[in-house]
Ligand binder design. Structure first.
Ligand code: SAM
Length: 347
């Protein structure tokens, strides 16, 4: 194979098929670990194409398993591919790939939920947040039980520019259970609109790429799978701390079918609930009789700004949690004695 220059086109040499690798290394899918493999390299090529042009790129693949997506990333011309795989059984098969792509594949045996990605790549690939994204991509087909908590964690990292986002606006191409993919991309007014839609869309451009039918996987999962692409926004649509935004959005969606007022009221201690909720909605210019799914991102921005404003006037408010108030009330009834709640303590 001709290799003139770093960016010369690269193809992996002939290798055993993914099905043969599975047999060779006895890689039975562990059902309790929700392992479902993609054996069709045309499909893994299609997933990898959603990430954009990978020629000369740095890539982190999460959960490579028997290596179908891994092969497609290497064939797409990535210069540096770091894979993070939790299950040791897959390491020898990945080493086979590493030998077929000398100097291109780095294998980490570890858990992506604890792996510190900010150390995985050279710092000179970093771009300032406002610039174009760095030439670093994250791609993966993980179990659904991992991909959903992981995207929530990565959204928090995005907000404070840590983890994979220490390099700038790193793009992600990930698979989710179809229903979660629909929630991530749902627009205002859609029946799938949820907390996850607002949290993802205030921070990124979220694009639903295509659906993979469950039958494309071995073994076949119960559900279809959605491929979703995320590009962090240079300027997030809400300029408040992630935790504050998360609290407002969680409360608004507390009662999906009721007026948004009902969830917003729960942000405040019982005694002053209607009055403070009224101030917040007036300041945000939000009609209290809208349903949570009908609120637009600018309206969520208005609510987060108004709530931040109220919290700055009364610092204990941010710590208020209606569940904690209920728990303390219950305790008081039982014992006649309770500690002072944190939101009433003087600063
Ligand atoms: N990407 C491969 C494919 O498409 O055929 C395998 C997909 S399988 C659904 C998920 C893979 O992620 C498995 O190889 C599993 O061992 C790995 N995995 C699961 N949890 C992980 C974690 N927390 N960190 C890293 N890898 C994980």
């Amino acid at each position: 194979m001709a290799a003139s220059g770093k960016l010369a086109s690269f193809r992996l040499p002939p290798l055993p098929t993914i099905g043969e690798v599975i047999k060779l290394f006895n890689l039975r899918a562990e059902k309790q670990l929700s392992q479902n493999f993609l054996l069709d390299l045309r499909l893994t090529d299609k997933i990898v194409r959603q990430a954009g042009n990978l020629r000369g790129a740095h890539v982190c693949e999460v959960g490579p398993g028997p290596g179908g997506i891994t092969r497609s990333i290497l064939n797409a011309g990535a210069a540096d591919l770091l894979v993070v795989e939790k299950d040791t059984r897959f390491i020898p098969g990945l080493q086979l790939l590493s030998e077929a792509a000398p100097g291109k594949l780095r294998i980490v045996h570890g858990d992506i939920l604890t792996y510190r990605m900010n150390r995985g790549f050279p710092s000179n690939i970093s771009k300032a947040w406002e610039e174009d994204p760095p030439n670093l991509h994250i791609i993966g087909n993980l179990p659904f039980s991992v991909s959903t908590p992981l995207i929530i964690r990565w959204l928090a990292n995005m907000a404070d520019r840590t983890g994979p986002f220490a390099y700038g606006r790193t793009k992600l191409t990930l698979t989710f259970q179809k229903e979660v993919a629909e929630r991530l991309t749902a627009s205002t007014g859609s029946s799938q609109r949820s907390r996850l839609s607002v949290m993802a869309q205030y921070l990124c451009t979220v694009h639903s790429c295509f659906t993979i039918p469950g039958r494309a996987f071995v073994p076949k999962p119960e559900v279809d799978v959605g491929v979703v692409h995320f590009t962090p926004l240079a300027r997030p649509q809400i300029q408040q701390p992630f935790k504050l935004v998360e609290k407002v959005v969680r409360n608004v969606f507390q009662f999906r079918r009721k007026y948004c007022r009902k969830g917003i009221e729960l942000l405040f201690p019982e005694a002053r609930r209607p009055a403070l909720a009224e101030v917040m909605m007036r300041e945000a210019d939000v009609d209290p009789t809208l349903r949570p799914a009908e609120l637009t991102l600018p309206q969520f921005r208005g609510l987060a700004d108004a709530y931040a404003h109220l919290c700055s006037a009364e610092p204990g408010l941010l710590a208020y949690d209606f569940r904690e108030e209920l728990r303390l009330k219950h305790l008081r009834r039982k014992t006649g004695n309770t500690p002072e709640p944190p939101w009433l303590k003087s600063p």
